[in-house]
Design a protein around this ligand. Structure first.
Ligand code: HEM
Length: 126
């Protein structure tokens, strides 16, 4: 597991910006969880996720200033998230990190983080 500081130094703020951009490009086309996102505000959704990544890994304050405390589990409650949704989200993230040219060592640690959060977001019985 690499440290968050190492990842931030290696891929930079721009690395996380690229991940968010690739992720939403793909999510727009997704048939399972794409429809859950605000169809008239893809730019806003990308911005919220990008700011969150900058906050979580680089202590950038913009997310907190615009959205407050993340409360991610609560914010995902309106959406039905079971195993298929979790698997799909992580697949799209995997492709996005590849497309964003995130080095393998960083992508591996980030994948573990995303998998853990995605598991925590589940609000449907197995
Ligand atoms: C497990 C499957 C997941 C599904 C189906 C899902 C779905 C969604 C949807 C529909 C939104 C609302 C979009 C918007 O208007 O911003 C959202 C927001 C968000 N998601 Fe997820 N998500 C999942 C997992 C994750 C994971 C693993 C993370 C982070 C590591 C994450 C981070 C966020 C953030 C930061 C927001 C914006 C929160 C805010 O309103 O400030 N999500 N997600």
């Amino acid at each position: 597991m690499l440290s968050e500081e190492y990842i931030w130094e290696k891929i930079g703020k721009d690395g996380f910006t690229r991940i968010a951009a690739e992720f939403y490009d793909r999510m727009k086309e997704d048939d399972l969880i794409g429809p859950m996102y605000p169809q008239d505000d893809w730019e806003g959704a990308e911005e919220r996720f990008r700011d969150f990544l900058h906050f979580r890994f680089g202590a950038d304050q913009r997310y907190l200033e615009t959205r407050g405390h993340p409360r991610l589990r609560g914010r995902h409650m309106p959406f039905k998230i079971g195993i298929p949704e979790r698997v799909r989200w992580l697949e799209i993230m995997h492709q996005s990190m590849k497309a964003a040219k995130i080095p393998d060592d960083c992508a591996e640690t980030l994948s573990a983080f995303f998998a853990q959060v995605a598991d925590f977001m589940r609000n449907q019985p197995e």
